[in-house]
Ligand binder design. Structure first.
Ligand SMILES: CC(C)(COP(=O)(O)OP(=O)(O)OC[C@H]1O[C@@H](n2cnc3c(N)ncnc32)[C@H](O)[C@@H]1OP(=O)(O)O)[C@@H](O)C(=O)NCCC(=O)NCCS
Length: 174
């Protein structure tokens, strides 16, 4: 099987990141953006990546097959003292590479980083019928915390519920 490596995003990944986001926007209804809503300005993407790389409270990892970026995970947190213990997660893997462990590798690397820098809680939102993603999160002990009704519009008058999930990294805070 092709070797998949996980590493920090680099500024030079900008073009590939845009391509991945475009692919995902049509491969799945579960990401936030429609195809025409993906920003394809490379300079803006480079600035965004630079900003994230310089923020110690943000982690942006990519999964790479040979030299192609085929997955990404972002964890970001606020600097506000009352919520800086929390990190929000976004994850996406190119459909051609689903179900071979890429999402798990990305999530494991992210959880290790979050524990290492002392974050207390990871959180994310997932559309209620996105079973594959929910299984991934449950595998890493994320728990369902609530439901947002009619939160995600996918066209054709269809509004789906979104589930809020969370994972406590430090049981001592409970
Ligand atoms: C959700 C997503 C990131 C999962 O990535 P992935 O690389 O396919 O995940 P993995 O191969 O590591 O599988 C993780 C777990 O999901 C579950 N899973 C995998 N394939 C599955 C399938 N076909 N059906 C149901 N569950 C499945 C399994 O529990 C698996 O763990 P296991 O292999 O140890 O049993 C990926 O499918 C994706 O990018 N989807 C579109 C974008 C998206 O939905 N993002 C999340 C928005 S909240």
């Amino acid at each position: 099987m092709q070797q998949i490596n996980i590493r920090k995003v680099e500024k030079t990944d900008s073009n590939q990141i845009i391509n991945l986001m475009k692919k995902l926007s049509v491969q799945t209804k579960y990401m936030l953006r429609e195809l025409d809503e993906v920003n394809d300005d490379i300079l803006e993407q480079e600035k965004r990546i630079e900003g994230m790389l310089s923020d110690p409270r943000t982690l942006y990892l990519v999964a790479v097959a040979d030299t192609t970026v085929i997955g990404m995970i972002i964890s970001s947190s606020s600097a506000l003292s009352r919520i800086k213990h929390i990190s929000d997660i976004i994850i996406g893997v190119d459909r051609a590479y689903w179900s071979i462990g890429v999402g798990s590798k990305l999530m494991e690397a992210l959880i290790k980083w979050a524990e290492d820098i002392g974050l207390k809680r990871l959180t994310l939102e997932v559309v209620e019928d996105n079973i594959k993603a929910i299984k991934l999160y449950e595998k890493y002990d994320f728990k369902i915390e609530g439901t947002k009704i009619a939160d995600h519009f996918i066209g054709n008058d269809t509004y789906l519920n979104t589930i809020v999930m969370g994972k406590i990294l430090d049981a001592n805070i409970l």
